[in-house]
Design a protein around this ligand. Structure first.
Ligand code: AMP
Length: 397
């Protein structure tokens, strides 16, 4: 996948519009987690260091085209300034007089944050007038928000119609790792897919069986597959109406020479609470009142052995109800094994999407995976094999 990066851009003295993702968690008007601000620093520093005027664009929350005071990006500017060690200007709109005047006053190396793009309804409809008005503020466009790349919005792909577009450093890093995991990976590739429901991951499973060598299905979604194979699932989370879909996915796996790993033993409880009385049972011994809440040790051993054979692991979703100990045991044990193999240089491991990041954080292994994507929807759509409009806009011809 060839795409334009900052290395291809001559930015000296240029006004560079940078689409970041500053949709940060806020509590009582204060930023409670600045990860997303930190993620943008390499691009901002790179551009400043090369004498660009850096103009930052982001959405924040879902104001649906209204100016909503507690969805203003104003509180972000001073926090970003502290992280950068440089002042950050703020304009109270992302287009119009306020934005134009603030941009006109910039010197090379300056940083300016524009107000929430979603204060304009044209942002989410990718209105060309809004995109054009934003594009008029810059000479070049940099997309550095992979987490927003699955949305064709005015500030993600709209602007790229009017200005030369480049991937920022965070975007570049993300794309390079994703390419290594699923684009041109080292085989065998093992995909681990867990989480609650098959219904939210049908496209993902269908894409994966055609592309990976081993697919491990865990979490609540495995119950639907076990049910389709005629195993009792008792009172477990199970989408019985999707038994045929599960069957189709398993048939497609056989056709594509993809080995499917399902649990061979499970941990059951009769209450969905932390520390509920529980036991490990074989697949034929799940009682009517039992809920399958985790994979058992034999299943984890089989998954770990598959990791030993693999050169690439791509992971989305927990193997059990990981928020409720001890039903986090399988996720923890498998994640630790994956981390060990990665540390030993035997494996490229890429994880992301939804609850996966918190499950891996909880297992204490996040730093040992090759790459963990914090992009939820965009990561899943990429795993589903869909073209992300924001990425398409950066492809070099
Ligand atoms: P997802 O957002 O699809 O990745 O699903 C994550 C959620 O699936 C977490 O909240 C887990 O608690 C839940 N989950 C995983 N395994 C099970 C299970 N066996 N029964 C019920 N919930 C589960």
């Amino acid at each position: 996948m060839a795409f334009r990066t900052l290395d291809d851009a001559d930015v000296k003295g240029q006004r560079v519009l940078v689409r970041v993702d500053f949709n940060v968690p806020m509590q009582g008007g204060r930023i409670s987690d600045d990860t997303r601000l930190r993620a943008a620093l390499p691009t901002i520093n790179d551009l400043r260091g090369r004498g660009a005027k850096v103009i930052l664009l982001s959405h924040f929350g879902r104001p649906k085209g209204e100016r909503i005071a507690n969805m203003s990006l104003a509180p972000v500017a001073p926090v970003l300034a502290d992280l950068l060690g440089a002042s950050v200007g703020f304009a109270a709109d992302c287009v119009g007089d306020a934005a134009q005047a603030a941009v006109a006053a910039m010197a090379p190396g300056d940083v300016l944050l524009l107000e929430n793009t979603r204060f304009h309804s044209g942002e989410t409809t990718n209105d060309p007038t809004l995109a054009r008005a934003m594009a008029d503020l810059g000479d070049l466009f940099v997309l550095d928000a992979f987490s927003s790349a699955h949305r064709a919005h005015a500030s993600t792909v709209g602007i790229a119609q009017y200005l030369p577009a480049f991937a920022g450093r965070a975007m570049q890093r993300e794309l390079e790792h994703l390419e290594k995991a699923l684009g041109k990976p080292q085989h065998p590739v093992l995909a681990v897919v867990g989480g609650a429901k098959v219904s939210s991951k049908i496209d993902l499973l269908q894409n994966l069986v055609a592309r990976v060598d081993i697919l491990c299905i865990g979490g609540g979604m495995a119950n639907t597959f076990l049910h389709a194979l005629g195993k009792p699932v008792g009172a477990s989370l199970c989408e019985k109406d999707l038994a045929d879909t599960a069957g189709t996915i398993m048939t497609s796996a056989v056709r594509n020479d993809c080995e499917i790993l399902l649990p061979v033993d499970v941990v059951v409880a009769q209450e969905f609470v932390a520390n509920a009385a529980h036991q490990t049972v074989g697949l034929d011994h799940v009682g009517e009142k039992d809920m399958i809440l985790d994979a058992g040790p034999a299943s984890v051993a089989a998954l770990n052995a598959a990791m030993d054979r693999a050169k690439t692991v791509i992971w989305n979703g927990p193997l059990g109800a990981f928020e409720l100990p001890p039903f986090d045991a399988a996720t923890r044990a498998a994640a630790r094994h994956c981390a060990q193999l990665t540390r030993a240089g035997k494996l490229v491991s890429v994880a992301g999407g939804g609850d996966t990041v918190s499950a891996l954080n909880q297992a204490g292994v996040s730093n040992d995976f090759t790459f963990i994507s914090t992009a939820g929807g965009a990561f899943l759509e990429w795993m589903e094999g869909k073209a992300l409009p924001g990425v398409e806009a950066l492809k070099s011809d």
